[in-house]
Design a protein around this ligand. Structure first.
Ligand code: ADP
Ligand code: TYD
Length: 216
């Protein structure tokens, strides 16, 4: 059973749940609601996100806000490096946490790279750059919060002062298509579920929980 990276000694390792979606899909909100739910259910969990708050993640945020410039290939490689640090960092690396029985929930993981960077680079290359991460830790399940790009854009414009690099409507649409392409491409090796995120917070949270609960 090499399916999800939690193969042997099932039950002893923690689960690894990745939330994915375009900007404005409500991932961050849903991650918090999922954390509340895990808390209630007495699950030992750790909540995290990418880009991380560590130095490579901080550099990426500078780039996303337009305060620093870098070639697209460099940005993709930095996200891959940030992800490896997220996994392997001696202080709080999530690979060790999962190994030790903690359930880790993350706002974004490698499918974000596959989707966002393959808009202007070959997806195959992006997958290769992230190969180590996939070897180290595959999500137990990736939950894609699917939202219409118009709805996502409305939410972003309503609620944010500053648009980040990737938050343009046409970009969101292109990224959503790339997510779907990546899910299809990797359907033999990844477990992905799609959740409708166009409804209310509560409806989406219930749908996310329904999908996640089965894996805990
Ligand atoms: P993401 O992390 O995917 O970019 P957020 O969770 O930050 O998305 O949500 C973007 C904005 O939309 C936030 O201001 C949030 O309060 C709002 N929002 C999230 N989910 C919903 C929803 N189901 N209905 C209406 N507004 C929402
Ligand atoms: P995020 O913090 O989720 O954005 P927000 O807080 O605005 O919802 O992610 C920041 C941006 O980084 C987002 O536009 C997606 C992009 N991104 C990539 O391009 N590649 C990646 O590998 C990851 C993890 C994120």
């Amino acid at each position: 059973m090499e399916r999800n990276g939690q193969q042997t000694e099932q039950g002893r390792k923690g689960k690894f749940i990745a939330l994915e979606g375009i900007d404005g899909s409500g991932k961050s909100t849903q991650l918090r609601l999922l954390a509340d739910r895990l808390e209630k259910e007495n699950v030992d969990y750790h909540m995290t996100m990418e880009p991380t708050e560590a130095p490579i993640g901080a550099m990426l945020r500078q780039i996303l806000r337009g305060k620093m410039k870098a070639d697209n290939r460099v940005i993709a490689a930095l996200f891959a490096a940030d992800r490896l640090d997220h996994l392997l960092n001696e202080e709080n690396g999530i690979a060790a946490k999962v190994e030790n029985g903690t359930t880790v929930i993350t706002d974004r993981y490698y499918f974000s790279s596959y989707a966002y960077h393959s808009v202007d680079m070959p997806m195959e290359w992006v997958i290769q750059v992230n190969e180590q991460s996939a070897r180290i830790l595959r999500p137990t399940v990736t939950v894609f919060i699917d939202v219409d790009p118009d709805t996502a854009m409305e939410r972003i414009l309503r609620n944010r002062e500053q648009q980040e690099l990737y938050e343009k409507r046409s970009r969101l649409e292109a990224v959503r298509k790339k997510y779907l392409e990546a899910f299809d491409r990797l359907k033999e090796v990844e477990r992905v579920v799609l959740v409708d995120g166009n409804g209310s917070l509560e409806q989406t949270a219930e749908a996310v929980w329904k999908e996640v609960a089965g894996f805990l």
